[in-house]
Design a protein around this ligand. Structure first.
Ligand SMILES: [Zn+2]
Ligand SMILES: [Zn+2]
Length: 162
C-alpha cells in the first residue's frame, strides 16, 4: 500500500481502504478475510504522522483442542514518514524519504503490524479444555471416563513420595 504524499497539502487527511493481503506481502492462509485499513495522516514540520488501525479476522488452529477458530486482529498503527534524517525518534516505524518523492510504500510496516499482533499462544478460548491425553476426545464437546477411573493403583506409591 502506497501513500501519495505529493497530494497531501492539508494538515490532516483520512484514508480508508480495503487491501488485499498479497499487496502487503502476506501469503499466509490464516488470512482469508478482507483487511480494512483506516489511517489519519497529520502533516507536521518536515514529516507526516500516520496513526490508525488495521482490522481483519483470521482463522487459526487451537493449540489445545486442534479446532479451527476465528480471531479478530486490530493492531494500532503508528508510522512517521520524514525527509529529515536527524529526527530523533527511537522507533523502527520511521520511514525516511528524499524530498520530491511522490509515493511512500508502507506495505512492509502494515504487514509487520498484522503479523506481530497474532498471539504466540493460540487458544480458541481461555477455558479451552483441550484433548484428553488418553483417548483424544475433545473435552470441550464431550467428557470421557479416562480421568475418573484410570488411576493405576501402582502409581499410589509414587504419589506417597511427595
Ligand atoms: Zn481449543
Ligand atoms: Zn479420555
Amino acid at each position: 500500500m502506497k501513500i501519495r504524499i505529493s497530494t497531501f497539502d492539508q494538515d490532516h487527511q483520512i484514508l480508508e481502504d480495503v487491501i488485499d493481503k498479497r499487496n502487503i506481502g502476506i501469503y499466509d492462509n490464516s488470512f482469508n478475510n478482507k483487511i480494512i485499513v483506516k489511517l489519519l495522516i497529520d502533516k507536521s514540520y518536515k514529516c507526516w504522522k500516520i496513526h490508525g488501525i488495521l482490522e481483519t479476522k483470521i482463522v487459526l488452529t487451537c493449540d489445545r483442542c486442534l479446532e479451527l477458530f476465528d480471531l479478530y486482529l486490530s493492531p494500532k498503527i503508528d508510522i512517521i514518514i520524514s525527509t529529515d534524517k536527524v529526527l530523533e525518534v527511537d522507533s523502527e516505524n520511521v520511514i525516511y524519504f528524499q524530498p520530491g518523492t511522490d509515493e511512500i510504500d508502507i506495505s512492509e510496516n502494515l504487514r509487520d503490524y498484522l503479523l506481530l499482533s497474532i498471539p504466540i499462544k493460540k487458544n480458541c478460548t481461555d477455558e479451552c479444555k483441550g484433548l484428553c491425553p488418553s483417548c483424544g476426545i475433545n473435552l470441550n464437546k464431550k467428557s470421557c471416563k479416562c480421568h475418573d477411573d484410570s488411576i493405576d493403583p501402582r502409581w499410589d506409591n509414587l504419589k506417597n513420595l511427595k
